[in-house]
Ligand binder design. Structure first.
Ligand SMILES: NC(=O)c1ccc[n+]([C@@H]2O[C@H](COP(=O)([O-])OP(=O)(O)OC[C@H]3O[C@@H](n4cnc5c(N)ncnc54)[C@H](OP(=O)(O)O)[C@@H]3O)[C@@H](O)[C@H]2O)c1
Length: 328
């Protein structure tokens, strides 16, 4: 049976304005970094995307190198869009990025105009799209002048291949410079995508202030620290978890010290009538500078569980202090 999106899909989701722009993004967005490559099953990919859209998640985040193999997440997403979301393109915000190694030779990496323009053309082909809604520079390039990288983002918008642009993994000062350049070019930066979770709070040291000052939105990635900030590792490392599957979260990252903290956080979450995943997501959303939180999921049930964080977003001062003392 062909997929029919739920008619109640916009009833429960919260939509937040992205910085000073006209664009509203759902409080939770879904990333396709993991679980959408050729190594994964298309039926599960479809179920995850259907569940997300049925519950008001309108924003899907990709990058040229997502897979494995690199590029396959975009190809699979493109096929699913064609088969199941035809007629719904205008209800979706699709993003892609370039900045990490993608192809051989000097033009398949970092931040030159040559690389960014060519990479986006390839991404559009893989996804069978005419444009992406947001195109990001994926990481700062120490060797390309920032002016050139920002000119490339501006050019891409002028060519109609992206509606908005963003940057990812830029530290505060470099981000400020990028915001100034983009503003001068007439293509204001829409959004910044940094890593941010209870276990990694670097953005609190200046980046969030810069985003507020320049009216730029924020979409934190790995908000659950790739699954550590959930109840899944409380009793060891389950067979079907990311820690057993790939290089980005290793079994060695699941340390006794981390699990000790996770245990205490989990107790607090239970007292709040939430799962730890829900508390970790709500904790990010308490800061009004956070536009949308970018989750990953290996199963549709995880999407549903994470979305239910919206049922309890309030934290007392006592709870916040307790969390700070657990995190140390
Ligand atoms: N800009 C960048 O440089 C960058 C870097 C990394 C990621 N990202 C973006 O951020 C997105 C999210 O990153 P992420 O996947 O690391 O995010 P995450 O939400 O921190 O981790 C997702 C993993 O947590 C587990 N999980 C999710 N929901 C759960 C729940 N409710 N209960 C229990 N476990 C749950 C699953 O692990 P299992 O697989 O073990 O089931 C899932 O694969 C990526 O897809 C990508 O779009 C961007």
């Amino acid at each position: 049976m062909a997929y029919q999106p739920s008619s109640s899909r916009y009833e429960k989701m919260i939509y937040n304005r992205c910085g000073n722009s006209g664009l509203l993004l759902p409080a939770l967005s879904l990333g396709l970094w993991q679980n959408f490559g050729d190594v994964d099953t298309i039926a599960n990919c479809k179920n995850i995307l259907h569940t997300a859209f049925d519950n008001g998640i309108t924003h899907f985040d990709l990058a040229n190198n997502y897979g494995p193999p690199p590029g396959s997440a975009e190809t699979n997403f493109g096929k699913i869009l064609k088969e199941d979301f035809e007629g719904y393109r205008d209800e979706l915000i699709v993003s892609s990025k370039a900045g990490y190694t993608m192809w051989d030779g000097p033009y398949g990496d970092w931040g030159s105009k040559k690389y960014l323009v060519a990479s986006l053309n390839q991404s559009l082909k893989r996804m069978q799209l005419e444009y992406v809604d947001i195109f990001y520079h994926h990481r700062p390039d120490p060797n390309t002048p920032l002016e050139e990288t920002m000119q490339a983002l501006d050019l891409i918008v002028r060519h109609g291949k992206a509606l908005y642009v963003g940057i990812s993994n830029y530290p505060a000062e470099k981000a400020r410079e990028a915001f100034r350049l983009l503003k001068q070019l007439g293509t204001p930066c829409l959004i910044h995508q940094p890593r941010y979770s209870m276990f990694d709070r670097w953005v609190e040291g200046g980046l969030l202030d810069a985003l507020e000052e320049y009216g730029v939105g924020c979409i934190p990635f790995s908000p659950l620290a790739q699954g550590l900030l959930t109840n899944k590792y409380l009793n060891g490392i389950p067979e079907d978890s990311r820690a057993t599957r790939n290089l980005f979260l290793k079994e060695a990252d699941v340390t006794p010290e981390k699990i000790q903290k996770v245990r205490q956080l989990n107790e607090l979450a239970v007292a709040r009538n939430q799962t730890l995943a829900q508390m970790a997501l709500a904790w990010l959303m308490k800061d009004k500078r956070i536009t949308t939180v970018l989750i990953g999921a290996s199963k549709p049930e995880q999407v549903l569980n994470s979305i239910a964080c919206l049922e309890n977003l309030h934290f007392s001062t006592e709870e916040l202090n307790k969390i700070n003392s657990i995190l140390g």
